[in-house]
Structure formats: structure tokens, C-alpha cells
Design a protein around this ligand. Structure first.
Ligand code: PNW
Length: 457
């Protein structure tokens, strides 16, 4: 039987996690300390003092976890390598035992017919480098390239798809701007330096990597409340200005340097007023703009804004004065994030139009809900409908011409949700943290069927 909605042949289906969120084993086999260890162990930073010390214990349970992935029929597992496992002090000698773990994981995946997609940085910067300035320091970009080369040297005979960074906007503006993420700094000028040095790190690392190269960004269509209801509505000059400014800060600050070798004019003007432009050196944009094969898209919801004369920029949005970040009515996830699948099709179509030379891959999409266990099931119908809606949006974008190659759900497991600790559950597989028992939710069983039919019923 042909499903209602069918994806192109060869469409890639998978699921994603990140090292600090699932591995645990924080003190094993020579792993160094990361900024997330320090941050989570600092009282008041993470809900209820939760840390990633144990997390899903994936470091020890990976064989069972890979069997589960195979049962679900995943083509791809996207995970990240922890810099402090591989280079405990951030720079200097590699730790072979850290690399051994990733080699074991990759071999297990390949043995199960699952393709590993490696992300080299998903936020766990070695603490020793933070002590030397972190991402606000240019040296960190060069150390990242060395670390990336060490992972690549060990795994490139088995891994062919490499992502340098996950969501540099979040690293820079939640890590050094609002400070709600590690390292918890609140300094706009440090945040813009971090953003640039992260881009530089991407370019430097990409120069030494072979295979299929990717950069993953958190992106969102930036819209006014009226545009959610009517995409074609005309905006006032003020609202158009607010939309353009936030789009420049969130999306084009990273897209344009990486894919076109230029910074948006609006961003340069803002950076000039927040610490200056000296850290952007001649030649940097040529390094940053390396040819890449895939743009990874992490989409959760649109960014809704409108002009508001007196509004002061929130700490995560330096330069966005006169912009009101609007919370809108309507269905939400447990994170309080609005559920708007059309935002994903809009984003994909726009990216394919504005950046036509790069393939697109949804590297994260998913939702936290207040799941309940009923007997031996988790009837998470809200998550099934979230995923169903967003997959239909992907299909719509493909029909409209977007070059979308695949979809990876966030997340395979419930895991350490950063400042929210273990309270927010994004998994399609439930983790009972007391016993570490894995229980596929109804959404996992539904996803297995979607993968099997390459479509939605
Ligand atoms: C992403 N925001 O994080 C990350 O890549 C994941 O590690 C994370 O678990 C997932 O989304 C769910 O949160 C984000 O505030 C965190 O805009 C915050 C934001 C965006 C993405």
C-alpha cells in the first residue's frame, strides 16, 4: 500500500543525541572537565542541581542502545564527540581511551547497519580552554581544529559525514550573552567574539576534514504575529525593520559568512557598537567560507517579533533594541515553545532559495511533553502529532523545490536538557533514570512505521 505522503527514494531517516546530554561517565577513562560539568555543578545554574554525570549512561549502555536504534530502523544516528574525552585539557595530547569509546560506538553502529553522523562540537568545551578565554579567545578556534583533526584521523576510515558545530548561535548568545548556558557569561561583546571565533573554528576544522561536511545551525523564520496567520501580509516599515534585524542576528550572522563569505551589514553595525570589529581579521571570511555539502537545520519554532519603540534588547539579543519578542497564544510544548509546523516548510523553502548550493538536512526537530507511563507504554500522542505535522511540512517544502535530504528527530532518548536538567523529556524513547530502563514511546513505534514505509499514512 502506498502511504498518503511519500518521501523521495533514499530520504535519510534518523535520530540525534549529544555527548554531554546522554553519555554520563563524566570521570572515566581520562575524560577532562568541560564547561558544562562546571556549570551544572554550580548551585543555581541547572534546575534542581541536575548534572550530566550519569545522564543516560550511554557510555556503558551503547550496545543495547544501538540494538534499539536498529529495531526502530534508523538509517542514521547523529551523535557528538566530547572534546574533553578526546583532548582532556583542550589543547595538547589526545587521550586514546576517549577515542577508543567513539571507535567502539562507531563499530557497533556499522555492525547494525546504521550510518554514524559525527558532530564535533555540541557545547562541551574543555574547562581549561574556558579558563584561557573560551570562545571569546581566538586561540580556541585553532585548538578546535587540532581536536577535530584528531577525531578525524581515528575515525575517517569508518565515518564519512562530519558536522563541525552544533548551533553556534546558542553557544555564543546563551553561553556568553544571556548566560543561561555554560559558561554563564553575560557580556555582549564576548558573545559577538564567540560567534566569530566559532565560525572561524568551523572553517579551520573544515579545511582538514574529508568526506561529507556539514554545519548545523538553529534557525527559525522570523515573523510578526500577523504573518503566522497570513504569510503574505504587508508589514509596516518598523515591523519589517524588527524582522530584518532579528533574522540577521539569528540566521544570517552564521549563514552568510559560512556560505557566502560575508557578514550581513546589520550585524557588522551592531558588533561595531558592542566591543568593535578588531577580532574580525583580514582573511577570516575566506577561512570561514569553506565548501560544505550539507546545511544542518535544527528547527523547533518560529521567532515571533514586532517593533516596539521603547523595547530594550534582551541579553541574548544584543543590538535588538526596539524589538518586542512576542509570546503567542495557541498550542505549546512543555518547554512553552509554540507548535507551528508551517514555520519549518517556510524555513526550508527560503534556505533553498537563498543558499541554493548546499543540500539541506533537518538535524533536529522534536518536542518535550509531560509524558505519562501507562503500564508498559508511553502514549505520547502529542509528540506523534508534533512529528507528523513537521514531517508533512518537510514534504511540502520538498514539493515546493527544497533540496531536503533527510530528517533526524530530536531526540532518540530523554536526556539532560541543559538548564532544564532531566525535567524536560524530548525522547521518542523514555529513560527511567532510576533503573536506566529504556522504553520506546508510542512515538518511537510510529516513527518506525514511518521509516519502514518512507512516508506517512
Ligand atoms: C537544541 N533556544 O538546543 C540543542 O541542539 C539540543 O541539544 C537541545 O536539547 C534541543 O535543541 C532542545 O532544546 C536549543 O533557546 C536550546 O533558542 C535553546 C534554543 C534553541 C536550541
Amino acid at each position: 500500500m502506498t502511504p498518503d505522503i511519500e518521501f523521495p527514494e533514499g530520504f535519510i531517516w534518523g535520530a540525534a543525541t549529544a555527548s554531554y546530554q546522554v553519555e554520563g561517565a563524566a570521570r572515566e577513562d581520562g575524560r577532562g572537565v568541560s564547561i558544562w560539568d562546571t556549570f551544572a555543578r554550580t548551585p543555581g545554574k541547572v534546575a534542581d542541581g541536575h548534572t550530566g554525570d550519569v545522564a543516560c549512561d550511554h557510555y556503558h549502555r551503547y550496545p543495547e542502545d544501538v540494538r534499539l536504534m536498529a529495531d526502530l530502523g534508523l538509517d542514521v544516528y547523529r551523535f557528538s564527540t566530547a572534546w574533553p574525552r578526546v583532548v582532556p585539557d583542550g589543547s595538547g595530547p589526545a587521550n586514546p581511551r576517549g577515542l577508543d569509546f567513539y571507535e567502539r560506538l562507531v563499530d557497533e553502529l556499522l555492525g547494525a547497519g546504521i550510518t554514524p553522523y559525527v558532530t564535533l562540537y555540541h557545547w562541551d568545551l574543555p574547562q581549561n580552554l574556558e579558563d584561557r578565554g573560551g570562545w571569546a579567545s581566538r586561540d580556541t578556534a585553532y585548538y578546535f581544529a587540532d581536536y577535530a583533526a584528531a577525531v578525524h584521523a581515528r575515525l575517517s576510515d569508518r565515518v564519512s559525514t562530519w558536522t563541525t558545530l552544533n548551533e553556534p548561535w546558542v553557544s555564543a548568545f546563551l553561553g556568553y550573552g544571556s548566560g543561561v548556558h555554560a559558561p554563564g557569561v553575560t557580556d555582549a561583546s564576548a558573545a559577538f567574539k564567540a560567534a566569530h571565533h566559532l565560525l572561524l573554528a568551523h572553517g579551520l576544522a573544515a579545511q582538514n576534514l574529508t568526506g561529507t561536511l556539514a554545519l548545523t545551525l538553529n534557525m527559525a523564520p522570523v515573523v510578526t504575529p500577523a504573518q503566522i496567520l497570513d504569510a503574505g501580509i504587508a508589514l509596516s516599515a518598523e515591523d519589517a525593520g524588527a524582522v530584518g534585524l532579528v533574522d540577521a542576528l539569528l540566521n544570517r550572522q552564521f549563514l552568510d559568512p559560512a556560505l557566502k563569505g560575508v557578514y550581513p551589514r546589520e550585524v557588522l553595525e551592531i558588533v561595531e557598537r558592542h566591543g568593535g570589529l578588531d577580532h574580525i581579521r583580514d582573511g577570516d571570511l575566506e577561512i570561514i567560507c569553506q565548501p560544505i555539502d550539507l546545511l544542518g537545520i535544527n528547527y523547533y519554532n518560529p521567532c515571533v517579533v514586532q517593533a516596539s519603540a521603547g523595547a530594550v534588547a534582551p541579553l541574548a539579543w544584543p543590538g535588538a533594541d526596539g524589538v518586542d519578542f512576542v509570546s503567542i497564544e495557541g498550542p505549546q510544548t512543555a518547554m512553552g515553545w509554540p507548535i507551528i509546523p508551517s514555520g519549518l516548510s517556510r524555513l526550508l523553502v527560503r534556505l533553498s532559495r537563498d543558499y541554493p548550493d548546499v543540500g539541506l538536512l533537518v538535524t533536529e526537530n522534536g518536542a518535550a511533553f509531560h509524558d505519562k507511563v501507562v503500564g508498559d507504554r508511553v502514549p505520547d500522542t502529542d509528540r506523534v502529532s508534533y512529528l507528523d505535522g513537521h514531517l508533512r511540512a518537510c514534504h511540502e517544502a520538498i514539493e515546493a523545490g527544497a533540496d531536503l535530504r533527510g530528517y533526524l528527530v530530536w531526540s532518540l532518548f530523554d536526556n539532560f536538557e541543559w538548564a532544564e536538567g532531566y525535567h524536560q523529556r524530548f525522547g521518542i524513547v523514555r529513560i527511567d533514570y532510576a533503573t536506566q530502563r529504556r522504553l520506546p514511546k508510542d512515538s518511537a513505534l510510529w516513527y518506525r512505521d514511518v521509516i519502514q514505509r518512507n512516508g506517512i499514512e
